[in-house]
Design a protein around this ligand. Structure first.
Ligand SMILES: NC(=O)c1ccc[n+]([C@@H]2O[C@H](COP(=O)([O-])OP(=O)(O)OC[C@H]3O[C@@H](n4cnc5c(N)ncnc54)[C@H](OP(=O)(O)O)[C@@H]3O)[C@@H](O)[C@H]2O)c1
Length: 293
């Protein structure tokens, strides 16, 4: 059956789980692959792999051929808003009937650069006339494995400038579950032109996160509160570009002020399953946090 749904960012954190979910549900899906060598990890039944670059109009037009529904996910990049806008224009031209766009929790507040950018992309989509659903996930639990896993493995410490603030971290598998529920089968009229904050089941302090990873991995893991200046130095040493460092420092400040702690019921409302806990995440990723010794 020809593909009806296109998943962009398909080889990334959420896309990886999303294409599996769509495959399980038998949804004929085209996965947009940016780097060809990453394609193999998302090869599934009902999944067509297709090379696409957000900067290349011809590749977007080809990827959108015959497509009705799209999961639009752009990378964390200073060009994110332009990429989304460019893609949305091409989707209008292609006659796409529905776009689920991955935004970020708090986009509606437009309080910091990252949130303002996502809100601008949301507005582009709203003004395009294509029926949409905005998904606004909070920070991913997978950040602890993807970005801090190596440091946790090496030192048993998580360094972040969050003080004792709580954040309702979400497991990326739940975002994928919500995306798949929205995109498989018929378009869900009741979800159109709405925004959903997606969170985990509970607000978590960094001490809670460290304790969970400790229990699951069987090694002591401790949260070390650091200043924003120390966080900046750490990110610089890790080779992050200046725009990304500034953006993350703003986000940490937003979360340190308690603005990332709200819990939403949308994962269960849309997917029918309660969101995964930090213990679930830590158990399923325990191998990442165990030291080699
Ligand atoms: N991480 C969080 O805690 C969090 C929380 C809320 C919202 N978000 C938002 O979620 C989005 C990122 O989602 P994610 O973490 O699932 O993705 P991700 O792991 O960062 O992966 C990004 C995906 O986009 C692809 N990509 C990069 N440049 C591309 C280009 N020029 N053309 C086509 N594809 C391209 C990547 O492929 P290659 O690897 O081959 O380049 C990859 O498949 C961002 O908008 C971010 O702001 C993140």
């Amino acid at each position: 059956m020809p593909s009806r749904t296109l998943v962009t960012g398909a080889t990334g954190t959420v896309g990886f789980f999303l294409v599996r979910e769509l495959s399980k549900r038998g949804e004929p899906t085209r996965a947009a692959v940016h780097t060809e060598t990453k394609a193999a990890r998302i090869a599934e039944a009902n999944i067509e792999l297709f090379e696409m670059d957000f900067a290349d109009k011809a590749s977007i037009d080809a990827a959108l051929k015959g497509i009705e529904k799209v999961y639009l996910l752009t990378p964390f990049s200073p060009g994110q808003v332009e990429m989304a806008g460019f893609f949305i224009d091409r989707a209008v031209a292609a006659g796409v009937k529905y776009i689920v766009r991955q935004s970020v929790a708090g986009a509606d507040t437009e309080a910091i650069t990252l949130l303002r950018g996502h809100r601008m992309a949301e507005v582009r989509l709203e003004e395009s006339g294509i029926p949409y659903t905005h998904l606004r996930p909070n920070s991913f639990m997978q950040n602890f494995s993807n970005f801090f896993g190596e440091a946790i493995r090496a030192t048993g410490k998580i360094y972040l400038p969050l003080k004792a603030a709580s954040v309702s971290y979400i497991d990326a598998r739940d975002i994928a579950l919500v995306g798949a529920a929205l995109l498989s089968g018929n378009i869900k009229e009741e979800r159109l032109n709405r925004a959903y904050a997606l969170t985990g089941p509970a607000p978590l302090t960094m001490d809670n996160v460290a304790a969970s990873i400790s229990r699951a991995s069987g090694r002591p893991v401790e949260y070390m509160d650091i200043s924003p200046a120390e966080a900046k130095l750490g990110m610089k040493a890790a080779g992050m570009p200046e725009w990304a460092i500034e953006s993350m420092i703003e986000l940490y400040e937003f979360q340190r002020d308690g603005r990332g702690e709200r819990v939403s019921g949308a994962v269960e409302e849309i997917s029918g399953r309660s969101p995964l806990s930090i213990d679930d995440f830590a158990r399923d990723n325990a191998h990442v946090f165990r030291s080699a010794a």
